[in-house]
Every structure is written in C-alpha cells, then in structure tokens.
Design a protein around this ligand. Sequence first.
Ligand code: 26V
Length: 817
Amino acid sequence: MIVPTPTPDLTVDAFTRAFLRELNFGQGVELSASSVNDQYLALARTVRQYLMSRWLETQHRQRESQAKSVAYLSAEFLLGRQLDNALLCTGLEEIADEALRGLDIDLSELRDAEIEPGLGNGGLGRLAACFIDSLSTMSVPSIGYGIRYEYGIFRQTFVDGHQVEQPDTWLELGSPWEFPHPEAAVTVGFGGQTESYTEDGEQRSRWTPAWSVLGMPYNYMVPGYHNGRVSTLRLWSARATRAFDLQIFNSGHYADAVRAQTFAENISKVLYPEDSTPQGKELRLQQQYFFVACSLRNFIEDVLPADFDLHRLPERVMFQLNDTHPVIAVPELMRILVDEKGFGWDEAWEVTQQCFAYTCHTLLPEALEVWPVELLGRLLPRHLEIIYRINDDFLAQVRATYPRDELKARRMSIIAEHPERAVRMAYLATVAGAKVNGVAELHSQLLRDKVLDEFATLWPEKFTNVTNGVTPRRFLRLANPELSRLITDAIGGGWVTDLERLRELEPFVDDPEFTRRFRDVKRRNKLRLAGVLEKRDGLTVDPDSLLDVMVKRLHEYKRQMLKLLHVVTLYDRVTSGELPIEELAPRTIVFGAKAAPGYKMAKDIIWLINSVAATVNADPRVEGRLKVLFPANYNVTLAEKLIPAADLSEQISLAGKEASGTGNMKFALNGALTIGTDDGANVEIRQLVGDENFFLFGLTEPEVTTVVDKGYRPAAYYEANESLRRALDMIASGTFSHGDRHAFEPIVSNLLYQDRFLVLADYQAYLDAQERVDEAYGDEEAWTRSAILNVARTGFFSSDRSIHDYLGRIWGAGPVH
Ligand code: 26V
C-alpha cells in the first residue's frame, strides 16, 4: 500500500462528501456562498483525489521496474482542458454528474469554467499532448518535460476585423492540476567563462557561469485511460536564485535586486507565439537551455537511483527531441558526462548518441532553427566548445568518407558560415541522434530526399518515419460523446484503446438504422456548435447547411487564401447573376486561425477574411445560402466543438509543405470528408478511406517542383482565368473594404507577382473539387456512407499507433504492466 489514506469510493455519496470537503476545507467557502470558480476548483481537487494513489503507485512501479523510460522533451504541450479527461479516465463522469446534481450544480457549467492551458502554438504542441496521453494509456514508463509558461498562446480578439493579441492569464483563477515542488528546484547557469586544466594528466574543462536561475518543477498528472496508471508531465518555472538577489540586496540596491528577480523569472514568462520563422531571440535560447538543463538534471539525479552507472544510461532512457527546440540537451549531456562525471570524450559520445532521437516537424527552410555562434557562445560558452568538437569529429568522418570533397564537408557542417556563423540545430540533432524521423510518409521521404539528403545517404539506417496520430480519448470519446455512444452500441467499447477496431463499423454502412442515427448525431453536433458559437461569439449557424471548416494556424503555405478565393467566387457568381441563388447549395464556412503577431501578411489575411465575412453575411442576396464565420481565439476547447460538427475538412496546403497535419486526422475520425491536396498525412488518409471518399485536387509535390523550376508566373493564371480575375479584382477594387483600394493591395500584389505557395496555380482545380463536393452533398445517403467510411477506416491515426511505432522503430522501450 503506497497511499495510506484510502481513495474515496466510486459512489455518488463518497464523491459528494469529498467534493463538499474540498469546497469547505480547500476553498474555505460554504456551498451556498460558493462561486462557479470555487465549485470548479473543488471539483478538480476532488477528481484529483481519485487519481492520486494511481499516480504515486505509477511512480513507485516505474522506479522498481528499472525499465527504460521515454523522456519526451518539448518546448510546448498544448494540453487543452484537464477536467473532462480526468473524469473520463477515472470513470467518474456519471458519478460526478449525479453528485453535483444532488447539490443543484450543473456539471457542464463547471466544465466550462476551466481555462485551458494553452502552452503551445499548434500542431507540434498538441502532438506532444496526444503522445503523453498515449504513453500513459499504454503503460509505457514515461515523463514529459517542458516549460510552465506563465502566459500561454495569446488570446486572439478582433478589433474592426484586425487581430489584436491579449495576454493569456490562464493561472489567474487558480490551477488545480499542478503540484509545485519548490524544494526540488535546480540551478541552471548561463554565461561566464570556460577554462581548461589538467587532472591526472588529462585535459579537462571547467565552466564558471556568470549568473544562474532556479528551475522549479510543477508536476501534472497524465491519467491513462482505464488502466490504473497516471504518468507525469514536469514543467519548469524560472525563479531567481537566493544568491542572485541577496548579493545586490546586501549592497543596498533594493530596486536592482528586485529587477534581477524579474529578469530571472522572465525566462518562463511567455510562450513565443511564432511557429514557423525562428527569430533568433536570446530569451528563446535561454528558455530552451533552461528547461532542458533542468530536465536532464532531474532525470539523472531524481528519476534514476542514486548510485546509477551512467555508462548504462541508454538502457534506462531515450530523450525524444520534439523538433530542434530541445537540441541543446545534446551538448548539455556531453558536458555533464565529461566535465562533471569524468567521462572520456569518446565514451560520453557513445552514451549520448544512444540516448537521443530527433523528430523533425517541418519542411520550410525558414523554419529550421539556427543560433548565431556569437549568441550561443556568450550564453553557453562551454556548450559551444562541445558543439565545435562534435562538428570536428563529424567532419573528419565526412572527409574520410568523401575524400577531396571539401564542399560536401562545408554543406554538411553543423556550423554554417553564411550569412553569419551559426549552429544549425537540425544538423546537430541529426548527427547526435540515434534516429531521425519525419511525421508522415511523404514528409519523411522529403526529409531523406531534400532537407537532410546528404545525411540520409551517409546514414540511411538512421532515418525513419512515424506518421502522427491523435488521441481518441480526447478527440473522439470526449469531443463527440454522441458518436462514441453510437460506435459503442454497434461494436462495443474496446475501440477507445484499439482504434483499428473502428473497421468493424464498415458493414454498418448498409444498415439504415445505423446510418440514420449517424446523420442525427452529426446534426445534433451542429446544433451543439450553434449553441456554443451563439454564446461565445454571438454567431448563428444554420444546422441544415454544409459545414465547411478550415481551422489551423494562419500561414501562407496552408493557403487560407485559396479557401477565401473560393468564397469570393461563389459570392461573385450569385451577386453577378451568373448563378441563380437556388442553385447555390447552402454552406456555412468556418475559419479559425491565429497569426504570429509579427507576421504581417498573415494578419492582413485575417483582416481580409473578416472583411469578406462582414460583406457576405450582410448581403441579402446570398442570405441563407452563404455564410462565413470566423470565431476569434480558436483553441483546443473550440476545436472539440467544431470538429465533430464539420461536414467538410479543408486540408489544402501546397503539396510538399505541410509536414503531416493532425487536424486532418481529427476531422476524418469524426466523420467529415476531406477536400485536400496530396500533402502530409492527407496522402495516407486518402489511401485508407479510398479515392471515392476524399476530394483530391491540386498539384503534386513533384509537379510543384516542376512548375517552380520552369519559372512560375502567377499573373499568367490571373490573365487566363476569368473567374479568378473577377475574384481578385473584387478584393483589389474595395468590394470588401468600403471602396478602399489600398487595404488589401499587399495581399493581391503578393498573389499576382510572387505567390510562393502557388495559390493561383491550384485555384481552378480547387473550384472544380468544390463543385464535386456540392454535388456529393446533394446525395445525402451517399454522403453519409462516405462519412461513416471515413470513421471506420481512419483508426490508423490513433496516437497509440504512433507510440507503438516509436517504441519499435526508435525507442527500444515497451510497456510495463
Ligand atoms: C518553429 C518555431 C520557430 C521558432 C519560434 C517558435 C517555433 C515554434 C515551432 C516551430 C516549429 C513549427 C513546426 C510545427 O509546428 N510543425 C507542425 O508539426 C505538426 C506535428 O508534427 C504537423 O502536423 C504539422 O504539419 C507541422 O506544421
């Protein structure tokens, strides 16, 4: 018995008592005087009680078993709300509902009181959250390591159609899901000097940092689904060290001391809201080193037994690098082993190479992180030395393999020389990692053939693929309870942890009762969404129209502009009289997207979407047929309502640019049909659901390369295509800007004279595909059939399957039961 105090019973009575105790003794209020927030906090703490013994036991077992752990290092974990998932995993949903009803409290109101921890930008951070869910549910010894940002991704508001960012104060009303451990804080150094000295005839190095900060761990529970396990996510928060401020304090500079504290605490203050163009900001490098140094220390000193022989570290851990953000962990482990533990360089490198694996999440060259040597050397001088040594050894190997090819050595060097001397973090990760993987078949192929081609030739066995996945707990079972019930009624409940079993739904496409219920579920999900958008944004949704959804970060390569040109073309066709209004199949188009605050073009596109929406929605000529909605602040919570309601999923990035996509998987699993390009995981979705259940369009990746190589001239498409010309002219001439011709000029001229992502080249193909959509939607039975087949055939995209692949192909670890 690890926990002497018993967990409350799984009964309404016991739950009620535990809840009231939390309300009275935890929150210090009586029921009649309690606010919704009091009740929410008390409820969260009550549910926590049911997870606690499992959590402690999981940690205990993990230690005892001495099994290999997966340590998932990620600068982002986009968790979403915790309460619903905790209720689900503990099997408390009904008990809690009944207990609260007995107290005249509405559980759904308390669910809605939770502010989601938005500690991520988009796909990469959400993937990390899905992966720790799967690791826990699959009983794999694991720990997530990241940063407890005080401000997560900004809250987006619109002012006159423009994006305005507000701080995300997610901690303000209390955070019942975290467990701070100030006593376990670790010190992290920055700056200063290195010196070499000789010890027992050996050359060694010593790093004396100039300043340091404390990393305080906050632990979060990661409940497994119905498996009695709760894993840990450990997020680090930066604090000033005592020495730091005492020194200044004693010298009488009180204000300086306080400033120093603020300076230290800035490190975990805010999540960088960029997700494609690294800014090379010093604070960001500080964040990266901060969390990684804390995490390695924590794993080595606290997770492993005290006397552990670090030569055997690869038997006990694989550090998975979620993109390049944590790659500074590589020289940090080398530093620990060589400088602190007295390892020889070669034996340290041997260990290090087996303990890291690297996942790349992009193909855009501008998204690959590089750190100027000047900056890295100033902040982490010892790490820079280590990186140089790693590079020297590596280049010696390259030169030995390819003698007389100095250009190759220069191309592959971890240190770039132009435009300034800088460390290429993806190259460092590739050289150090035991494995390198892309996140969808096509992406991994392009990594091998393009981005990292010379590395893939040198070490073909290093490269592998693991196609992304999403957790069926959150994105099906929780987000779509009605569909879940229907599925369970048809095939039993096992699918929640064995998603390939959705295949068993296939025969039901011919069952009229099932298909009727399936349609009903979709309609009720639309009504539920309508309620949410009404309350949240004052928007109205017609549940009988085709719900066409494009939600994802705003980026030119994702091509929100292509979708918008479709909208403008439909609007033009009706208002010009070309298309009689009765022939326009009713559609509601929903956008959700945040733009990086410094990304001017993306922000202009947001303004244009809002402007088109305002014009279209106010025009009686298209009323009831065409509507454009753009609820602000798209986040995980809204995704959970939008995705189950969608009929059509927009996955229209330029082929070869979207590494995988994970929204695409969530939509298909919830019975939306995809209109998409041959990009990222769309390729695999289409292969699985079948061409007849997917609207494919657009240039393929090799075709894109050909078009670009031949010298792409977007204006030629404008000149040759009348409806495209009309659409762009409408935007340019002020139809959506009260006659102002300047407003959207940057967008229009970018499309006409640059169009890096071939929007105009794919325009006609996209319109044609949308016509096929309208036609297909007109046949309700056939559409429902396709929707059901999308659900039945996409079980592959469970993150449980992704984790299974990582275990076999990369981690060499497994579950401990
Ligand atoms: C880059 C940077 C650059 C510095 C500023 C902060 C920052 C944050 C993130 C990134 C990397 C962006 C890469 C990314 O999010 N990739 C997405 O990963 C998803 C999960 O694998 C995948 O589904 C998406 O296709 C891919 O765009």
